[in-house]
Design a protein around this ligand. Structure first.
Ligand code: ARG
Length: 579
């Protein structure tokens, strides 16, 4: 358990002993450091419950707080706000406990099994800039949930079926009509496919433009898509080969983003679940006929906005994206029975997911005890405020975007770093820049892609954090001290600020987890690092002659260093050896 939480729990017991009916004690960081480190504002709320005036309650609370032994000063401000200042000895012992036992620096959450759906890559289409946020946010949420003790299963949920498959097969047939995939027969051996991931990047947009411009081609694409879904031999074999090429390419980009999945499944993996699911829904009366189609009604009495029914079977009998969504849920519940399922998807899909969640609960595909969570994210836009486009109007490939930032970073790097090392370091700085900039805004808001801002080592950026963290590491290496302990706080204000921030880490992680808001961690990293930098600039740690003072400052440095490594790792950011 974290040290602050332990203090809060002990205070809770003491308050209840003094007949203060609190159910929870939450110490709040004070926004007036001149008055105290922390504050407690409960007296006002208690006044209503206890039918007493807040000042009187605050007086009782003060005596409990004074007796607790944690504080050097406890004072009442206004009608009943209580300001608290920790004793130096308490902060000292806290530092030494953090140092000896990392588990005292955070709180586990109640253990549960979380299934995480993020990524959303589509087969035969290369990852584009729109795939950056789900990868970063999803991966970090996965790491955070694991860090805090949850069982997490992640799935990329490939879009591996649908119109794009028909388009790509159509275009390959145009280019290589003699490949035996198009013979119409089951062949013993299928031809090698003369296509690379690079070709696929171009094939899909070309086919898509052709089909949009020519209704006959679109008709053909639809036919091919339907035949593939009906498992036509050559098409299935061809699509499998395309999948392999495409997945290898998609994985390589996810790898650059330090994003990994436990399951690399696709929409089509739910196919065996569709017929029995539809049969049950039909039998149990959940499917309603609507102009030849079958829908699930998901409207509720309390809705103020229109809530369309969810179509699950089209009037030609075909199934849709939503049908696969429900069957995928069915499969996930049956195979893993998670306590929660989190979807990290574009905020614009909120209505669709509301329909899906309601349909899933109503039809009992998902029991009410399993929590379905929609975690929407805003888009990364270009300087015109619109989603990124290349000159030809297509979404920019993610690889191109990452490489362009990397090139810009290389122009700023020190000359002495050359060759492969230069490239490796540039890659790590780029990932830190892009990821941090992506996590820093609120999850649901849009932000603008400004590479020169994201890579600024003096700004609120990933490279700033890397630079400071590398400097801490090299300081610790130069000091070459083994068993350290925190001896004394040398009445240095900057030092105290750092310790108070370290005490806060547990709360930051818990809150980020509860709200699924990683920007809380990103902000905290910046606060802690800049507090440390202020200290570092004022005090010459390596030149310090007083041994005890130097030792304490090294402990402080080590604690901030470890915290940065821990939190950067949660954000999926790796630290280079130098930069
Ligand atoms: N592949 C989808 C897309 O490109 C995103 C998938 C999101 N996840 C889901 N379970 N629907 O829009």
């Amino acid at each position: 358990m974290s040290i602050l939480k332990e203090v809060e729990q002990k205070l809770l017991v003491a308050f209840r002993g003094a007949e203060i009916p609190l159910t929870e004690v939450k110490l709040l960081r004070s926004n007036r450091p001149d008055l105290g480190d922390y504050q407690l504002n409960d007296a006002m709320k208690l006044a209503k419950v206890m039918h007493k005036n807040p000042h009187e309650i605050a007086l009782t609370m003060v005596s409990v707080l004074e007796d607790s032994g944690y504080f050097s000063s406890v004072s009442i401000a206004g009608v009943g706000f209580i300001n608290l200042t920790f004793k130096d000895e308490f902060l000292l012992s806290a530092m030494n406990r953090f140092f000896a036992d990392p588990a005292s620096s955070y709180d586990l959450v109640s253990k549960r099994k979380v299934f995480l759906d993020y990524g959303g890559a589509n087969i035969a289409k290369t990852l584009h800039v729109g795939h950056l946020r789900p990868a970063n946010i999803g991966e970090s949420l996965k790491r955070l949930a694991r860090h805090l003790g949850c069982d997490v299963i992640s799935d990329v949920h490939f879009g591996d079926i649908g119109r794009q498959s028909g388009m790509v097969i159509y275009e390959i047939r145009e280019r290589y009509p003699n490949l035996n995939y198009f013979s119409g027969k089951e062949e013993k051996e299928w031809d090698p496919l003369p296509i690379t991931a690079k070709d696929l990047e171009e094939i899909y947009p070309v086919a898509s433009t052709k089909a949009k411009e020519n209704e006959k081609i679109m008709e053909e694409v639809r036919r091919i898509t339907a035949e593939l879904e009906a498992l036509k031999a050559g098409y299935v074999a061809l699509w499998d080969k395309i999948k392999q090429i495409s997945i290898a390419d998609i994985k390589s980009v996810y790898q650059r983003l330090h994003t990994d999945f436990d399951l690399w499944e696709g929409e089509s993996d739910c196919y065996p679940y569709i017929p029995p699911m539809l049969e049950r829904l039909q039998k149990e009366g959940y499917l309603v006929d609507s102009e030849g189609a079958k829908v699930i009604e998901v409207k509720e009495d309390t809705d103020i906005a229109p809530m369309p029914s969810l179509v699950v079977v089209k009037n030609d009998g075909a199934t849709l994206y939503a049908t696969r969504e429900l069957a995928t849920l069915d499969s996930r519940m049956k195979r893993f029975s998670p306590d929660e399922i989190w979807y990290v998807v574009d905020v614009r899909q909120e209505l669709y997911f509301t329909q899906v969640f309601r349909a899933a609960y109503k039809t009992k595909i998902v029991p009410s005890s399993t929590k379905l969570l929609f975690l929407g994210f805003g888009t990364m836009n270009g300087s015109d405020g619109k989603p990124f486009k290349t000159r030809d109007g297509n979404a920019m490939s993610l690889k191109t975007l990452l490489d362009s930032v990397k090139e810009e970073i290389k122009t700023h790097m020190r000359e002495e770093i050359t060759g492969k090392e230069r490239d490796d370091i540039a890659e790590k700085i780029m990932i830190a820049a892009v990821k941090y900039a992506d996590i820093l805004p609120n999850r649901t808001t849009d932000y603008i892609f400004e590479p020169s801002k994201f890579i600024d080592v003096d700004g609120k950026t990933g490279p700033y954090l890397l630079y400071a963290t590398i400097r801490m590491k090299s300081l610790l290496a130069k000091a070459k001290k083994q068993s350290l302990s925190y001896q004394k706080m040398y009445e240095v204000e900057e030092e105290k600020e750092i310790i108070l921030l370290l005490l806060q880490k547990a709360e930051v992680l818990t809150k980020a987890f509860e709200l699924k808001e990683l920007n809380i961690i990103a902000e905290y990293l910046y606060q802690l690092t800049s507090a440390y930098n202020r200290f570092y600039e004022k005090h010459y740690i390596l030149r310090e002659e007083n041994q005890k003072r130097q030792e304490s400052w090294l402990v402080l440095t080590k604690m901030v260093y470890d915290t940065n490594v821990e939190l950067l790792t949660i954000l999926g950011i790796e630290i280079p050896e130098k930069m």
